[in-house]
Design a protein around this ligand. Structure first.
Ligand code: BTN
Length: 237
């Protein structure tokens, strides 16, 4: 069961880095949660600000078959949205897996893999959620927290256990039905096929119509040319 082994640490560099280095010592489903991260990382190698009051944790998956890492990322994203709904917070996903409420980012997911002699050994899904922590002034337009949204403080470990319960339930439902998971995930996205969006791709900004959304790529029509992009970030136009 995910979260059956739960390690809580007051301070750590990054829970993802810790599990990447020590995955062999922990069972499948182990969770490491930290009060503070000193070197929290986000996607695109960005710094992930992780002060006290937030929920910073990583889950270790040791898949038996060669499951795609993305399956676990989507599973966690969908489970977070469902957990938030239970807390009366209506969240959506910004492609691929950022959790947004009212146009601001509440949580992010960073999935990393460890290979051993070309065999996928571990998938680590790191989740960062702003719960009671302060949002720095320079991020106030872009990020939010549960406390700001609901107007009260949350017990971080209760939020964690709610998310883990949703993940376990989703695992039971979707383990052999990854297409069904993809459908649920797609329905939670802010982005829709046919929408006009702006994206950053390797430092270049493009504007185009979304022709197709997949879990690891988006196909855009840019001036009549179709471009299937995978390492992209959707930005404000
Ligand atoms: C993103 O949106 O860019 C992903 C952010 C992921 C942050 C979490 S916090 C716990 C885990 N440890 C890390 O260093 N990063 C992830």
């Amino acid at each position: 069961m995910i979260g059956e082994k739960l390690v809580r640490v007051p301070i750590i560099g990054s829970t993802n880095d810790f599990l990447k280095e020590n995955w062999k010592l922990f069972p499948h489903g182990a969770v490491v949660v930290a009060d503070v991260q000193t070197s929290g990382r986000g996607r695109f190698n960005r710094t992930w600000y992780s002060p006290e009051g937030g929920l910073w944790f990583s889950i270790l998956f040791k898949p038996r078959k060669n499951v795609r890492p993305n399956f676990y990322t989507k599973l966690c994203a969908v489970s977070i949205v469902r957990a938030l709904k239970q807390l009366k917070v209506e969240a959506k996903l910004k492609w691929p897996n950022d959790v947004y409420v009212d146009g601001k980012k509440l949580a992010g997911i960073l999935t990393e893999t460890v290979f051993e002699e070309e065999r996928l050994g571990a998938i680590i899904v790191g989740i960062g959620m702003n719960v009671n922590n302060e949002i720095p002034k320079e991020l106030k337009d872009k990020a939010t927290s549960l406390k700001l949204l609901v107007g009260e403080e949350f017990e971080r470990l209760s939020v964690l256990s709610l998310i883990l319960r949703k993940i376990n339930k989703a695992l039971r439902t979707y383990s052999r039905k990854s297409e069904a998971l993809t459908r649920v995930w797609k329905n939670m996205l802010i982005q829709r096929e046919g929408q006009l969006v702006c994206v950053n791709v390797n430092g270049e900004r493009l504007k185009g119509e979304i022709v197709r959304i997949e879990d690891e790529s988006i196909t855009l029509r840019v001036q009549d040319k179709l471009m299937r992009l995978s390492s992209l970030e959707i930005v404000d136009c």
